[in-house]
Ligand binder design. Sequence first.
Ligand SMILES: O=P(O)(O)OC[C@H]1O[C@H](O[C@H]2O[C@H](CO)[C@@H](O)[C@H](O)[C@H]2O)[C@H](O)[C@@H](O)[C@@H]1O
Length: 238
Amino acid sequence: MAYPPRVEKPLFFLDYDGTLAPFAPDPKRARPLPEVPALLEALRRHHPVWIVTGRRLEDLDELLPVPLPAIGLHGLQRGQIGGPREFVVPEVVRRELARLRAAIPHVPGLWIEDKGPTFALHYRQAPDESAVLRALEPWLAQVPDTLEVIRGKKVIELRPRDVHKGTAVRAVAAQWPDRTPVYIGDDTTDEDAFRALAERGVTIKVGDGATAARYRLPDESAVVAYLRQYLTSPPAPA
Ligand SMILES: O=P(O)(O)OC[C@H]1O[C@H](O[C@H]2O[C@H](CO)[C@@H](O)[C@H](O)[C@H]2O)[C@H](O)[C@@H](O)[C@@H]1O
């Protein structure tokens, strides 16, 4: 895969975990690479920059205190880091998620991250991951067709089938017709955004694995290096 191009008028969509911040056993301690906050501060003076995350946006107030517009909960929350935000979760979905939340079995090594109307089931710290996954199977069998089970990086989440990072970024990109979306992400849920922006965007997968993205960067440091280019003048044409 070729190195991602630098585009003239970018509209940045940046995932958080695994893209700006290396993974950590405890999500609350997953800080961005040290240079990231200042880099995003500088970048936003020149270009629109959105954060697109599966996290609840409140998490980022402390982890990434840069006042950027943001999409949270894989598309179910929108607002600003450190500013106002709202959940966009239909009542029927809220009820279904609450029912399933109450029915999660107690499984040693499973940690539940409550994120307001949604939740994530983490097993990164489990001594036997496959035992956790086996124990969750009967519970997963109760998930109705209206919800999709997302298997991310040592995490299982649920979300409605028709709301995801792809629907969210497509709506934002429609407001910036003269800009080229540049989406950078590493995980399963970023694939929806890669597909949604396939025709007009620069889509960049971070790390290994099959992807619908057109370009790839190896890790978070490479993401920083790619973004840094946008702070300097473009090379003069030959
Ligand atoms: O869309 P993202 O910004 O990539 O968020 C996806 C999930 O990230 C977090 O979990 C992941 O990162 C944790 C911290 O490094 C790690 O411990 C965990 O194993 C990863 O799955 C976050 O906790 C979730 O809520 C996000 O949905």
